[in-house]
Design a protein around this ligand. Structure first.
Ligand code: PMP
Length: 350
């Protein structure tokens, strides 16, 4: 048995899980890469580690330095963990529209959190641009820059892609995932296409993002939004996503995502966050397009714990015009009088 010796050692090598209900429903094998099992709890641990290693290698980040980032949450969480493990300070700029649970966990992990108004990327006060300027102004600081630092997609090219190829023994027809920075999809696409150019790469997109239109028409036109998903969808093509081979895109509504999340939780026991719901809906859609007998891999990005106040809050969902889902339970049969479980029968048996 191999013993791991650090937080960083435990990043990656996540299990690949057969999503039983969805596989049976579609006749395809739908496999989920369990990225929620990374030690920081999400797919972004890999990118966080790779970006820090990259800044260390370049000599920009040295002992006692500071890592600054603009993030919707999970990258910040990954960075905060790795910063603690390697002796750096961590400062996170986050849009103030993000789930409060994420801000709390970042503070608990020791990061300095700066919640800033959520404004479009073109605005100089956008959280990513503020993070970049702040890092430049601070001695000994680096900007992780997850959107345009290709160490992010390299993490997935060097680890997630090869793991998927090995775990499926090269038998994979398609990979589908939503993207935020594009690192996950771009890195995995590059690796899988190098092994077999026929592996289909499909981008899953929430409403209110320009990526579905970019893949299907070549123009990044924003679709009608908004969406309650966090950390996925984008209005621009990042350096990580640019020049990536993508065969198709699938758009998923918030209602379909919510239903998927509740069905997986209440009938299968899986507690996933919203981007995983988008991924699973897109995987089912893709399975229907491809027909039975195909093997489709997707990403199980994080768990539902950070989304209690939103995705798992009936009042919040109702405000957004969304409905949760409950299984239809058969009415409980009353205990028959005189049955072997009645008090009388039990007493008589003593
Ligand atoms: N799912 C979740 C939960 C995320 O936090 C992110 C990143 N923000 C993504 C998916 C998208 O991953 P990537 O940035 O690699 O495109």
């Amino acid at each position: 048995m191999k013993i791991q010796t650090s937080f960083e050692d435990c990043i990656g090598n996540t299990p690949l899980i057969r999503m039983s209900r969805l596989s049976e429903l579609t006749g395809c094998e739908i496999l989920g890469k369990a990225e929620f099992l990374n030690p920081g709890g999400s797919v972004k641990d890999r990118a966080a580690l790779w970006m820090i290693l990259d800044h260390e290698k370049s000599g920009a980040l040295t002992s006692g330095g500071t890592v600054v980032e603009g993030t919707a949450g999970n990258t910040g969480i990954g960075l905060a963990h790795v910063c603690n493990a390697r002796g750096y300070d961590c400062i996170i700029f986050i849009p103030d529209t993000q789930a409060p649970e994420k801000l709390e966990v970042l503070r608990t992990l020791g990061a300095e959190v700066r919640a800033v108004p959520a404004v479009p990327y073109r605005d100089p006060m956008n959280y990513q641009k503020q993070a970049g300027r702040f890092a430049e102004s601070l001695t000994g600081a680096v900007w992780a820059n997850q959107f345009d630092n290709i160490a992010n997609r390299l993490a997935h090219y060097e680890t997630t892609g090869p793991e998927i190829w090995e775990q499926t023994e090269g038998l994979v027809d398609a990979f589908v995932a939503a993207t935020g920075t594009g690192g996950t999809l771009a890195g995995i696409s590059r690796y899988l296409k190098e092994q077999n150019k026929d592996v289909k790469i499909v981008l899953a997109d929430p409403m209110g993002s320009a990526l579905f239109s970019w893949v299907t028409t070549g123009e990044p036109e924003m679709s009608k939004g908004p969406s309650i998903t966090e950390g996925i969808g984008n209005s621009r093509i990042t350096d990580n996503l640019a020049d990536t081979a993508i065969d198709d895109a699938i758009q998923v509504s918030d209602q379909d995502m919510v239903t998927m999340i509740y069905q997986e939780l209440l009938t299968q026991g899986w507690f996933f966050g919203p981007s995983t719901g988008i991924n699973l809906c897109a995987a089912v859609d893709l399975a229907k397009k491809l027909g039975p007998g195909h093997r489709i891999v997707t990403i199980l990005s994080d768990t539902g714990h950070k989304y209690q106040s939103r995705l798992f809050n009936e009042d919040f969902l109702a405000e957004k015009g969304l409905r949760s889902w409950r299984p239809q339970r058969l009415p409980q049969r009353p205990t028959k009088v005189g049955s072997r479980f009645s008090t009388k029968a039990l007493a008589a048996s003593r």
